[in-house]
Design a binder for this molecule. Structure first.
Ligand code: UT7
Length: 323
């Protein structure tokens, strides 16, 4: 018998304000056409003034708990993946804990930029499998609009704000790939690539800084590394790409999503795509896509779902789930 971390609920929250590509046309030298064809993005959501990452996260957590038919008393731990916490500390996770009215258990943040959600899921899975927690909220939440240079057309048009949450709960499985729950995880990073994607501020500068990216270089790494990490998780679980019902990729660029699916030999009708509506929401993009994919009837109980992401670090990885 094997302890498995099974997805019991999923939910998301997007800030009210929708920013279409046209809004950028008025301010910088760009076009809706360029943004759509190079990235697949049509619109994104931006948080309101005074609305912070922990606010988005708590709304996603409430939606996921409702979907699971649970309440906060059922939760042992909260893991928040974010690179845009409200403050340097305390963690966004303890802010969510407080806002949910949860006075027991523990909460912490994971920072692996766009790969944050796969890192958070891997940590949460380890907590569940080792018996340190039975029920964990795993949240990806970001307010990237706060770290954009709106004069830089190469980055400002790509990112958005949002949050998604998955409720994981311990169940006993047979230890085979037929079990529901997280079947395999794979994490990687290589700090030599720090200059490809970083924020130029922080404790060392006394400013929160803005995002800097060599997009073409990140793109060059993305498809190969994403397909490799997805295959590693599938191999570890004794499955192949033919067994995959849904790829739920990090939503950075439709061309990366298409390239990775093609490299894996999976057709695009088995890929959940939300990049057109959300832009790149960094650590929030996968749980947002999981939630939208469940809501619109794509992802169903028993489906094999592979999530994969790459971002600043570089850091990348994948999580294989039987839903
Ligand atoms: O989530 C974290 C991981 N991040 C990613 O996965 C992002 C990966 N990279 C990408 O998605 C793509 O590289 C971008 C969407 C960022 C850029 O697409 P690209 O096809 O790689 O374009 P490029 O950077 O090679 O730029 C092509 C041209 C350049 O002009 P020149 O040098 O050819 O004259 C850019 O200056 O497009 C120009 N350009 C723009 N033009 C209009 C760059 N940004 C814009 C813009 N509007 N917003």
């Amino acid at each position: 018998m094997t302890r498995r971390a099974v997805v019991k609920g999923v939910g998301h929250y997007l800030p009210e304000r929708v920013v279409p590509n046209a809004e950028f046309e008025q301010k910088i030298d760009t076009t809706d056409e360029w943004i759509r064809t190079r990235s697949g993005i049509e619109r994104r959501h931006f948080a309101a003034e005074g609305e912070h990452t922990s606010d988005l996260a708590v709304n996603a957590a409430r939606a996921a708990l409702a979907d699971a038919g649970m309440n906060v008393d059922d939760v042992d731990a909260i893991v928040v993946a974010t690179s845009t916490p409200d403050l340097t500390f305390p963690s966004a996770a303890t802010m969510v804990q407080d806002k949910l009215g949860m006075t027991r258990g523990f909460a912490f943040d994971v920072q692996a930029v766009c790969a944050g959600f796969v890192y958070a899921m891997t940590n949460a899975n380890a907590l569940v499998v080792s018996g340190q927690a039975d029920t964990v909220l795993v949240i990806g939440a970001e307010t990237f609009s706060r770290i954009l240079d709106f004069d830089d057309r190469a980055t400002s048009v790509l990112f958005g704000d949002g949050a998604g949450c998955v409720v994981l709960q311990a169940e006993t499985g047979a230890g085979t790939s037929d079990d529901r729950g997280i079947l395999a995880t794979d994490l990687n990073s290589d700090g030599r690539y720090r200059d490809l994607l970083y924020v130029d501020g922080g404790i060392s500068t006394g400013t929160s800084g803005v995002l800097r990216m060599q997009g073409r270089e990140v793109f060059r790494h993305a498809v190969e590394k994403l397909a490799a990490t997805a295959h590693k998780s599938l191999d570890d679980a004794g499955l192949t790409a033919d067994d995959v019902d849904w790829i739920v990729p990090h939503q950075a660029n439709i061309r990366i999503i298409q390239g990775t699916a093609k490299k894996m030999g999976v057709s695009m009708d088995r890929v959940v795509v939300t990049v057109q509506d959300h832009g790149n929401t960094s650590a929030a993009s996968i749980p947002l896509a999981l939630s939208v994919g469940k809501q619109n009837g794509q992802i169903k109980q028993g489906d094999v779902v592979i999530t994969e992401a790459i971002g600043g670090g570089l850091a990348w990885g994948s999580v294989l789930i039987r839903w």
